[in-house]
Design a protein around this ligand. Structure first.
Ligand code: ZN
Length: 216
């Protein structure tokens, strides 16, 4: 398979927290999914695990190994060289996510949130939440800011915002200082996985008009 050109990775502090088991479930899911797609962060995380002597229980590591083994067996059966990485079809979800959804994108129970954008909030512990977002190609997600830390992993397609371009495998971090308008690229609908520790605040016209008065 063609390796993903991942440009935006996890931070050391996030990997440390994940390795120590102190990251809320919602963020841990995003980390596990990124790590399953990214050899660089996977090896960095192994370093953190060795450092902390922590045991990886919740990560996608063992699942990945199982998946990699199955993929290797398939390739051997087909008389091909085993690939270095687990191959995912465009429509597939990383294994850790499949466990939450019960399969791939076709299993997601989407709810429309306006402008053609759909979301599905996944069941996790209450200290943070994680949702799948479906953004039709060429569509903008309404302006929003974040009450806390938002961690977004792109699973399909790509979007660009005021910060940069983010494609499959990339992670974007946002906080209360970031108000951004991600626009999905033309060509393929964008699907991403976003964890937050507070609800996203969408800043529509009326809230924006009121804001100067509220902030006095
Ligand atoms: Zn990475």
């Amino acid at each position: 398979m063609k390796n993903l050109q991942i440009k935006h990775h996890l931070t050391d502090s996030v990997m440390l927290a994940y390795s120590a088991g102190s990251l809320p479930e919602a963020y841990s899911l995003v980390v596990a999914c990124h790590v399953s797609l990214c050899a660089q962060c996977r090896s960095a995380l192994e370093g953190f695990d060795a450092l902390g002597g922590a045991v990886l229980e919740q990560s996608g590591k063992s699942e990945l190994s199982a998946g990699a083994l199955a993929a290797t067996m398939d390739l051997i059966a087909n008389g091909q060289e085993p690939a270095q990485e687990v191959s995912y079809e465009k429509s597939d979800f990383p294994v850790p996510l499949q466990k939450y959804v019960g399969g791939g994108p076709e299993k997601v129970k989407w709810r429309k949130i306006g402008g053609g954008v759909k979301q599905a909030i996944l069941p996790t512990a209450n200290d943070a939440n994680v949702r799948l977002l479906y953004i039709p190609a060429g569509t903008a997600v309404p302006d929003h800011s974040h009450g806390g830390l938002e961690m977004t992993l792109i699973l399909q397609g790509a979007f660009s915002d005021e910060i940069d371009r983010f494609a499959r495998g990339d992670v974007e971090f946002g906080d209360e200082d970031l108000t951004h308008t991600p626009i999905a690229e033309v060509g393929i609908d964008c699907i991403c996985l976003a964890a937050t520790d507070a609800p996203l605040k969408f800043s529509g016209l009326i809230p924006r008009l009121l804001q100067p008065f509220i902030k006095i």
